[in-house]
Design a protein around this ligand. Sequence first.
Ligand code: GLC
Length: 551
Amino acid sequence: MDTKEFLKEHAVYQIYPISFCDSDGDGKGDLKGIVSKLDYIQSLGIRIIWLSPIYASPMKDFGYDISDYKSVNPLFGTMEDFDLLMEETKKRGIRVVMDLVVNHTSDQHPWFREALKDKNSKYRDYYIFREGKKDKKGRYLPPNNWTSNFTGPAWEEVEGEEGMFYLHIFTKQQPDLNWKNSAVLREVEDIMRFWMDKGVYGFRCDVISEIYKTTLEDGNPKAGIGRPIGMEHYLAQEGNHRILKTLRKDVIDPRGGVLIGECGGNITPEDGRKFLDGELDTFFEFDYANCYKNVFSADVSEKKLKKILIRWQKEVDWNGNYLENHDQRRVFGHYVRGKYADYGAKMLLVLLYTLRGTPFIYMGQEYGAHNYPRPLKIRDCQDIVTQNVYRLARSYHVPSFLASKIAHKYGRDDERAPMAFHSGPGYGFSAPGVTPWEPYNPYSSVYNAEKEEGDGDSILSFFKKVNLLREENKVLSYGSISFDEKDPQKDVLAYERKLGDRTFVIVLNLSNKKRKIPESVRKEKGKKLLLTNYKEASSFLRPYEALVFLK
Ligand code: GLC
């Protein structure tokens, strides 16, 4: 099958390796663990997996800080284990997408170490070093007012070089690469070829919309909550588009691969269209992820969600549709809550699989993995964002219980809890008695793969049905999409997918209240119900009800 079509016709299943399956009893997932679960992944009907980074890394940001792009982190195994993974996935008709993190490297990468050691080394220009500004008292301040995505200034003074700083738009252990230097481009192309020659299908490109820094002028200090200062100088820049076109032409197209981009920073649909024009095959944008009711609450506003979905679906023709990942909370207690939440989780699966674009499923989402029932103690949180946000809130004298709540909303520990393959000790993630790197989630004994496999009404069984529906009906991948925008209900979504003479009608109650079936759907006579998350259809919409009809 044509390589691009493959990504259009199949969903992508994301694996966060450290939390997936631990084969050697160190409490951390690894490559052999993944290999041991490939039959499970295949049983779900999955054809593409995306591996979060498995490269050598000091793990300050759990692999998103790479110190050697061509080797496997010993924590996850060896290159032989990786080759085995490629072999075993191939046998099962599963393709593998790697994470490519090239906005920055780790500060332990030999390029950066060399750049620090020798100012005249060619590696100095692989990064962005600048002299700071002096204040009135002659002390050095950073070269500009930019802040990091992870809070605090985006510049770090170089040890032993007074007044000299380097840029890091994430943690200080993640120095930004200088994409104005063509040597960086050549290095990255070489890395991509290396992995593609091993048979990988393509790359999920980390924060790819932010790699090119057009200028280093001060940013607008009123950037807005959650948006780092300075972003207007590096978000979705022309230079960024040029680079992606080059990578595509030099490496991806000749090998028949795909590029999936993480495009943060609230890009616009217009930016999105540009990224799809000879650059990326699909991308993630963040409007979905940020439609909270307000800054303090982790509850999603269904009204905002509906508006955002319609806007992106109408204006861009191939979105990467996701709700959960290693940076975003599980949908429970966030998108769906209360006693009907399980119906809600199923309804959201229908949403992901029936919108236009590629569906992205985060490991565990298939059986309804939950966030922790209550925030973990801050000292048990592993994520740097959770820690930073907590510290920041405390520095404003926010009481510790509230600081912890806010830290959990923005932090990323919940979604990184170990997988639950069964209810027994270790939950199939690790051997009994092993302490996992991130605490087990108590919900694991209720929501886990084995338990749900034996239950026809479970979230897992429903997941398989939804996945199969899209596999078997090309209208869900290639069909046009049109929304019922006349229905006055702000939390009910109704749309049609149409390909040739086949039309699917989808109705979703995004709320946990009773709602009406939209008039446009009610008046369609003779439609056939193909899928529902309740036992049978009724004359109104029950909480979180999802209906898929063939017209
Ligand atoms: C992306 C990754 C996230 C990481 C950040 C910096 O947003 O998904 O996990 O912390 O980039 O690399």
